[in-house]
Structures are given as structure tokens and as C-alpha cells.
Design a binder for this molecule. Structure first.
Ligand code: ATP
Length: 690
């Protein structure tokens, strides 16, 4: 474990000092689970960087795999080795003294250091600092850190150094037609392109060449790059396998293989392709294998034993920490029926996106297309969209040409897009890993963000995700007009004050007419102008339960506990005609077992309230905030849904943790099979979902 104390600055602070200090504090705050937390939790030293037992206890005993530890001497050793790379400049020495993670403290050569600085990177993030020497010195590695904490550079930097100044240098071939020495496998095309671009930028600084091989793009350009020869190949398993089978790709010279987002790649059914690709290396002892992800379910750890050497190292910045999702993200849940989603989402964006970008995740491709069509200015990204269009869409989103992307899980993993402030999940995902990765598209590299998950209280169960991700969800209800006005009013005012004064004369007489003839005060008129500026011209009251427009939420209580929905409906029938009882939406029991809440149309509100006044021992009132509600699992289990007290059987598939359909499953022996029955898993796996 690296010993990375951060010393205080004793001398009087220069502006540069202040900048460094600020950055350092930011990183410490961001990575409190990693490095600075260590300082705080001296007594619990091993908690933050916990050792992951690889496979079963027996397996672990038979292995020599170990967690990363950094004895005191390593830092000195690192300094000596670094001195061989080149001499530090004076100012670098200063930084080095202050910040043990400063890039000048690592064996990073001058051109790479310059490139990092050009990109604003002056010190390594904890996962990078922790694994740099290990990878450079030749070990296999399993690395886990939360989303957005820099896992990509954790493998890119030491690999590049190894190839140019380290152990792999001697073996590296050069010249026309050279076979690659690095192979990086990723689950999606978009992610492959992103990682490729890091290799291009940083590898380019060291004279190394890279290419990206992914499906949906023409073969020819990829073939000609391979023919010319490259140092690094990044790609998706299916296309890489195709190139191997076409004899375009020679893996005999490989020095590094990287499985990024390893669990997703294997879960998607790429396991056969991955095995075939990794099996192309004759002498495994000469190749280093690195495996990274923010989530490493136990079955991935088992499979890693097959691909990685027995003396592999593990760097786990999540470990046994309860919180597996990003700690920089505000995790929120909001009840909403599927019918109300498209009306609600624009207001959620208004309230929470803070002027930045939003990614909305849907469960199916069809939903993504439909929703993108309904939201002004939004575009869809999913597997049925042609690759060339996918690239245009993502490039447009990155460039800020539009600010709302509606995507399937194809965008859930790894994508690093600047200024994504808000993630909306239209319903709880099937797996906790999906939740962790989707919400991790915001709150990256020290920034903060908001992840809002919509759920239908009658259908979804969020407690499994809460339990397994360690997230404590903040419960909110649909933004009401006052919330929206508050959230966007400031923006609107800013937009108005930014309009040039030169424009005033042209509109002055129209403004005077309005003021004189509208019957409204100047403030009232200005309020209208502000609302119009941000496109909000109607007051729409929403229900709290299903977030439906022109509906309100009522709480029903009686002199007896309400244990079942049918009991609640029975009470309503005592004072309402059947057609009104049938119009009730989303009836859900309260957690205390004493009441039920439901939505009714504002038109029917009077009928309901008057009816209840005439009924004995019944109380009915409009609620402004939702009480705690029973979850589906709880109400069925306790009060007779016929699924047993665990609430997990039968239709519990969605949250059962079992992997349905063509998903990857593992049996007790740690052997893996793709239930879809052969073929490339991706095509068979959840065809409507990606
Ligand atoms: N040392 C560093 N200093 C500043 N920024 C960094 C550093 N390392 C990486 N970054 C930036 O942090 C962001 C997140 O990095 P990266 O995409 O590698 O995260 P990740 O851990 O792989 O996330 P995910 O699990 O979502 O794939 C990127 O924009 C990257 O450029």
C-alpha cells in the first residue's frame, strides 16, 4: 500500500502554492476512500485498500497472488529509478516534496510528463499511484477503483513507459509490419475509441503507434493500419477475433494484454471470444495481463485466475467498503409511472442538470428512440443505430452541440464525457453493477454530479440496489413549479442580463406599451419574461406518486391498520362510486402499515374529499410530501403476494441477482457458460436492450 502522506505547506504561500494546495485538497476530498482516508483512518489502515481474496479460500491458499503494499523503501527506490529517467527541474522538486503522487515522483519520462502536464495532469490519482510501479516492474494486476477515478491511465502510463524505457523496451519490434505488443479489449465500440484516443495522445508523445479495431466500421482501413504495423491495438472482442481469423492480426509479440471493464465483457457473452483471443499467446510467461473495472463480481475474480499469473497483484480501492458507487454523486430516487416519464424528465433536467449535460438511460433501444423523439434537442444512442451515426451522435454530445443523450447500456460503461452533470435512469436497472456504472458517468475526476433514478413504487424494488451498491438513496418527489422556478430563475436572469444594452432602444416602445396596457406591474411582466426565456410557461402541478400532471396525491387512513391494497380499495368503496375507485392510480401502502397513498385527477379531488367527510372513521388528505412507503417486495412478502417471505422468487427475476436470458452464468466450479447457446453472445444477449 503506498505511503502517501501529504505534508502541510510551512512557508508563506505563493499563488502557485495556493493552486497546488487547492488541487491537493480537491483530490483528497475526491479520493477519501483511497489515499487521504488512509491518513484519517490510521487505525483501520487496511480498510480502504483492501485485499480481495481471489476465488475461494482454497484457491487463494494455493495461489501466491497478493494485494499491493508499498513498504517505506519503495518510495526511495522509486526516487532512484526516477532519477535514471531524467533529472527533475527545481519546481518539480518542490511539487514532489509536497505531493507524493506528483508525476515527477514516478518513473515517467520527460515527453510523457510534458504531455500529461499539457492535459492538466500534475499528479497521479490513487489507483494510478498504487499500481504504477507494479505494472512497470512486470506484474499481472487486477485493479478496481470507483467510476471516474482514472483507471484508464492506470494501465496506459506504465505500459507506455515499459515499452519505451522499461522491461518491454528490448523486445519491442519496430519497422514496417511490426506486430503489436499491447492488446486492450473493451466491451463497447465507444469505449474502445475513447481508450484508443488516450493511447494515441500519450503513446504518440513517445513515438508509439496505435489503432482501434471495432465492429460496424469498414475492415479495409483497419487492415491497412495493421499491415503497416502498430505498437498498440485497442478494440472490441468480436472484431479483434475477426481480424485474427483473417490473419490480419499477429499476437505473437504481445507484451501486454488488458481487459478493461472486464466483468461487462464477460457478462455480455464475449467470454468465448476473449478466451480465444487470449489463447493466441503461446508463451504466457512473457505477457503481462491487467484486468480493470469499477465492479468485479466474484465470478470475474474466479475467471481472472485463468487469464492472470498466479502471483498477480490486486489493487482494490473499493474493497469491503460498503459504498461501491461514486461518492461524488448525489444518488436520488423519484417515484414516477412510465406514462409520466416524458413529461417529468424535462423538469428534472431543469432542476438538476445545472447547465451541463444529461445522459438518460432506458432499458430498451425502443424506449431510447421514443424518449429522444419526445425530448426537445435530445438524441438517442443504442445498438440499432448505425455505427457512423453513433459516432456522430457521441461526438456532437461531447462537443456540446446538444446536451441530452438518451442511451441504453451501450453508454453505461467507461464513457468519460466532460460536464455530464446529471444522469437519469428511467427505471431501476437489473443489476447493481449497471447502477454503479450508469451513475458513474457523472461525478468524474473530482467533479460532483447528480444521479436520479425514476421508479414505480408499485412495480420496482430499489432496496436491493441500495443494499448492494451501498448507496443511501435520497428520496424526492416530482419537482413542483416553485422548485423549477427556483432552479431556472437564476439562469433566466443571467440570460436576460447578458443581452446587450444596444438592443434596448429597439424594444423599448413595445415594452412601454406592455407596461401601460397589460394591467400588470413591471415585476410581474419581468417574471413572465424570465419564465418564457427558459421555456417554462405553464404551471403544472404534479402528483407525488406517479409524477403525473394535473393529478394530486392523497393519503388515506382509517381507524384500523391498512395491511393490503384491497382493504384500502374496500374503504374507498364505502364512500365513492366504483368508477371513481377505478380511477385511483398507483395505490401504495405506507411503510407504517397505517395508510395508503394514491393519485387522483385534480378534477376528482372534490368528490374524494367530500365523500370522505361523509364516511365514518376515514381520513383523506392531500399530501405535499410522500410518507415512507412499503416496497413491492415487502408488501408481497408480508401481506400475502403469494411469493414467499423472501419476496425474491417468481417474478423477482428483475432483482433476483440471477442472470436471465442469454446472460453469463457461472456454475459452482467456476466454469462459465453463455446461456444463449453459442454464437457471439452480444448478438444473443438482450437483443432489445442494447
Ligand atoms: N491523474 C489525473 N489527474 C487529473 N485527471 C485525471 C487523472 N487521471 C485521469 N484523469 C481524468 O479523470 C477522468 C476519468 O478517468 P477514467 O475514464 O480513466 O476513469 P475510470 O476510473 O476508468 O472510470 P470508469 O470506471 O467510469 O470507466 C478522465 O477525464 C481522465 O482524463
Amino acid at each position: 500500500m503506498p505511503s502517501l502522506p501529504v505534508s502541510d505547506v510551512a512557508h508563506s504561500e505563493t499563488p502557485k502554492d495556493k493552486k497546488e494546495k487547492k488541487k491537493k485538497m480537491k483530490n483528497e476530498a475526491l479520493l477519501e476512500d483511497g489515499v487521504s482516508a488512509k491518513k484519517k483512518k490510521d487505525s483501520k489502515k487496511r480498510k480502504a485498500l483492501d485485499v480481495e481474496t481471489m476465488g475461494s479460500e482454497d484457491e487463494a491458499r494455493s495461489e501466491t497472488s497478493s494485494e499491493l503494499v508499498e513498504p517505506d523503501t519503495v518510495k526511495e527506490k522509486r526516487k532512484k529509478k526516477k532519477a535514471k529517467v531524467d533529472e527533475p527541474e527545481d519546481k518539480e522538486q518542490e511539487v514532489e516534496k509536497e505531493d507524493p503522487n506528483a508525476i515527477s515522483n514516478f518513473r515517467i519520462s520527460a515527453p510523457l510528463r510534458a504531455k500529461l502536464k499539457e492535459k492538466g495532469i500534475e499528479s497521479l490519482f490513487p489507483i494510478q499511484a498504487m499500481t504504477f510501479d507494479t505494472v512497470l516492474d512486470g506484474a499481472d494486476l487486477v485493479g478496481r477503483a470507483r467510476t471516474g477515478q482514472g483507471k484508464t491511465l492506470a494501465f496506459v502510463l506504465p505500459i507506455l513507459e515499459s515499452l519505451t524505457n522499461g522491461p518491454a523496451k528490448a523486445a519491442r519490434k519496430s519497422g514496417y509490419g511490426k506486430a503489436p505488443c499491447v492488446l486492450v479489449l473493451l466491451p463497447t465500440r465507444e469505449l474502445a475509441k475513447q481508450v484508443f484516443s488516450d493511447f494515441e495522445v500519450y503513446g504518440g508523445a513517445l513515438g508509439l503507434t496505435s489503432c482501434c479495431l471495432y465492429g460496424g466500421a469498414p475492415y479495409q482501413a483497419q487492415e491497412s493500419k495493421l499491415k503497416k504495423g502498430v505498437d498498440v491495438v485497442v478494440g472490441t472482442p468480436g472484431r479483434i477475433k475477426d481480424h485474427i481469423e483473417r490473419n490480419n492480426l499477429d499476437l505473437s509479440q504481445l507484451k501486454f494484454r488488458v481487459l478493461d471493464e472486464a466483468d461487462e465483457m464477460l457478462r455480455m457473452g464475449f467470454v468465448e471470444d476473449v478466451e480465444l483471443i487470449l489463447g493466441k499467446v503461446d508463451d504466457v510467461s512473457k505477457v503481462q495481463t491487467l484486468l480493470f473495472s469499477a465492479t468485479l463480481p466474484s465470478w470475474v475474480k474466479s475467471i481472472s485466475m485463468k487469464f492472470l499469473k498466479s502471483n498477480k497483484k490486486t489493487a482494490d480501492l473499493v474493497g469491503n467498503e460498503k459504498m461501491k458507487a461514486s461518492t461524488n454523486v448525489r444518488h436520488i430516487v423519484l417515484p414516477c409511472s412510465s406514462a409520466a416519464r416524458s413529461q417529468l424528465i424535462p423538469d428534472v433536467i431543469r432542476c438538476y442538470c445545472n447547465g451541463g449535460r444529461t445522459i438518460i438511460f432506458t432499458e430498451t433501444k425502443e424506449c431510447a428512440s421514443q424518449l429522444a423523439g419526445l425530448l426537445p434537442g435530445a438524441r438517442a444512442l443504442h445498438g440499432d443505430i448505425q455505427q457512423s451515426q453513433r459516432e456522430v451522435t457521441l461526438a456532437g454530445f461531447r462537443a456540446g452541440k446538444f446536451t441530452t443523450l438518451v442511451a441504453t447500456n451501450v453508454a453505461a460503461r467507461g464513457l468519460d464525457i466532460n460536464d455530464v452533470q446529471l444522469i437519469i435512469q428511467c427505471e431501476p436497472p437489473r443489476d447493481v453493477e449497471d447502477y454503479i456504472h450508469r451513475s458513474g458517468r457523472t461525478g468524474r475526476a473530482g467533479n460532483t454530479g447528480v444521479a436520479v433514478m425514476l421508479f414505480d413504487p408499485r412495480r420496482s424494488n430499489i432496496s436491493k440496489i441500495e443494499r448492494e451498491s451501498g448507496v443511501k438513496f435520497e428520496h424526492i418527489s416530482a419537482p413542483q413549479p416553485a422548485d423549477i422556478a427556483k432552479a431556472v430563475g437564476g439562469n433566466a436572469a443571467k440570460m436576460i442580463t447578458q443581452v446587450s444594452d444596444d438592443i434596448i432602444p429597439a424594444f423599448k416602445s413595445a415594452a412601454e406599451d406592455l407596461l401601460n396596457n397589460s394591467g400588470l406591474t413591471a415585476v410581474e411582466l419581468l417574471a413572465k419574461a424570465l419564465a418564457k426565456t427558459v421555456g417554462y410557461t405553464e404551471i403544472k402541478k404534479r402528483s407525488l406518486l406517479a409524477s403525473m400532471e394535473n393529478h394530486v396525491t392523497l393519503l388515506l387512513e382509517s381507524d384500523r391498520p391498512i395491511y393490503t391494497p384491497s382493504f384500502a380499495f374496500g374503504i374507498l368503496r364505502r364512500f365513492l362510486p366504483q368508477e371513481k375507485v377505478d380511477s385511483v392510480k398507483g395505490l401504495t401502502l405506507t411503510a407504517d402499515g397505517n395508510g395508503a397513498v394514491f393519485d387522483v385527477s385534480t378534477e376528482d379531488l372534490d368528490t374524494f374529499l367530500t365523500g370522505s367527510e361523509n364516511a365514518d372513521n376515514v381520513s383523506l388528505e392531500v399530501v405535499e410530501a410522500l410518507p415512507s412507503l412499503q416496497e413491492r417486495e415487502q408488501s408481497r412478502g408480508r401481506f400475502g403476494g403469494g411469493r414467499g417471505s423472501g419476496g425474491r422468487g417468481g417474478g423477482g427475476n428483475r432483482f433476483s441477482g440471477g442472470r436471465s436470458g442469454g446472460r453469463f452464468s457461472n456454475d459452482r466450479n467456476g466454469r462459465f457458460s453463455n446461456n444463449s447457446g453459442g454464437g457471439r453472445g452480444r448478438g444473443n444477449f438482450g437483443a432489445d436492450r442494447w
